[in-house]
Design a protein around this ligand. Structure first.
Ligand SMILES: [Zn+2]
Length: 458
């Protein structure tokens, strides 16, 4: 046997090994082994295999990584689409292929995200893209659902996974099919009573919001089922039923066309936590007139101002308290319930409002806290926007920055969470300045801008 032939055989064996590696590295397919792992605790990522190497990231408990190679107990893993690093393998647990379940009934996912959704090889953003974007308006059949909410679908001749978050679309067992065409001439819809605006021309589609008497908008398309598509918000189109006497269609331009709601936060749900309350007044201090003000009363007023602003741009707000009470008379129980409130409400984010206090009456300024590394960017975006808004009206207000701090409402939260300290009640001149409706509105506007920047996907 010639030397060349054995080389060919070696090449073939190598090629087969490569092929089998590729086959087992797709955790989406059943029967196959997996290279996807979940962290069983918060875990440091280092540049090399050992604690002596410097830390480059910290992964939250439950993060998904893929295995690249190992060296003793140390594993090289891919922890984002492009980043790799070394972690202690002791804290990794294989993600079983059975975490993905097949729906018992035929279920569809309708994509309502205007920029479409990238399909990936597995159920994680760190998994590689398969080269297909499922566009806005598409309907896909759900093959499997992973525990983290990602779904496996087929589209454009490929099979892959997409993030089926409520923000990007909706699931339904109804097979919503429609055709739509642009009106041949300019047409407007006039609304005579409260009408729901939906993401697709069907009552089975989720509601984006409500329009009320005297709403008027240009019709973009009309569906075969007689619904009108309108520009409901700056970023979203929506459908209004024409199959009722509560709407009329006209080709005469109405006196007043309703402006699209600035709906940048449509579909986003935020928990606003007014710190303290009940038997816990929080910190307190005297203003320049000698009047004693409690932190709990300030946070409640700020919470209401923030709720108003978020709702004004289409967002949904759940407040942990709307009166002077707390969720429990026991402080620890109360904080625990607040921390879990967002998950309970199915909210996207949690913002806790507090005011600061210090022994020195000269202490001054605003700071923002985060605990989980996954919330750092969220907290930073809120802080940056809030400070920009405050600095515009109150240029002397001190920026104390973004800080890592272990507080229960952040630590035990499972959504993006931050806590803002909106100034010092122990500083009389600062207290007089921050205990005003103007200041509360400025803060609310800044925080809302931060949420829009973080969630804005235009
Ligand atoms: Zn506080």
């Amino acid at each position: 046997m010639s030397k060349n032939l054995s080389k060919v055989m070696l090449f073939m064996i190598a090629a087969m090994l490569v092929i089998s590696t590729v086959m087992i590295s797709n955790p989406g397919t059943s029967h196959a082994a997996t290279t996807t792992y979940k962290t069983t605790d918060s875990l440091n990522v280092r540049i090399g295999p050992g604690v002596k190497y410097s830390k480059i990231a910290t992964l939250k408990k439950g993060s998904i990584v893929t295995k690249v190679s190992t060296k003793g107990n140390w594993w090289k893993v891919k922890y984002t689409a492009s980043k790799t690093g070394w972690v202690n393998g002791k804290y990794l647990k294989a993600v079983s292929t059975v975490t993905a379940t097949t729906p018992s009934k035929t279920t569809y996912y309708y994509v309502t995200e205007s920029t479409g959704l990238n399909m990936r090889a597995s159920y994680s953003v760190s998994s590689k893209k398969v080269g297909v974007t499922i566009p806005y308006g598409a309907k896909v059949k759900i093959k499997k659902t992973a525990k983290n909410g990602w779904i496996q679908v087929a589209y454009g001749g490929k099979t892959g996974w997409i993030n089926a978050d409520e923000r990007y679309g909706f699931k339904s067992t109804s097979n919503i099919s429609y055709t739509a065409s642009e009106p041949t001439e300019l047409q407007y819809v006039l609304v005579h009573d409260d009408m729901n605006v939906r993401s697709l021309p069907s009552t089975a589609a989720p509601k984006l919001g409500t329009v009320t008497t005297d709403y008027a908008a240009r019709i973009l398309r009309v569906s075969n089922s007689n619904w009108a598509e309108v520009q409901y918000s700056d970023s979203q189109k929506g459908w209004i039923s024409l199959r009722t006497s509560d709407t009329t269609v006209t080709n005469k331009e109405p006196d007043q066309i309703s402006k699209p709601v600035n709906g940048s936060l449509a579909g986003i749900k935020v928990v606003v936590d007014a710190g303290h309350g009940g038997s816990d007044p929080g910190a307190g201090g005297k203003d320049l007139n000698g009047k004693f003000i409690t932190e709990a009363s300030l946070t409640l007023q700020s919470g209401k101002a923030l709720k108003e602003q978020i709702e004004a741009v289409g967002g949904t707000v759940y407040m942990t308290r709307e009166g002077n009470g707390a969720l429990s008379s026991n402080k620890t129980t109360d904080l625990g319930l607040r921390a879990k409130y967002a998950a309970k409400k199915g909210a996207n984010a949690f913002i806790s409002l507090h005011y600061n206090s210090a022994a020195a009456s000269s202490a001054t300024g605003i700071e923002t806290l985060y605990y989980q590394s996954t919330s750092k960017e969220f907290a930073n975006t809120i802080h940056k926007n809030m400070m920009a808004s405050i600095k515009e009206e109150y240029p002397t207000m001190k920026d104390r920055g973004l800080k890592y701090q272990n507080v229960m409402v952040l630590r035990e939260n499972s959504v993006f969470a931050t806590l803002v300290e909106l100034g010092f009640v122990s500083n009389p001149s600062e207290l007089s300045r921050i205990n005003t409706d103007e200041y509360r509105a400025v803060v609310a506007e800044g925080i809302t801008n931060g949420i829009i920047e973080y969630y804005g996907r235009d």
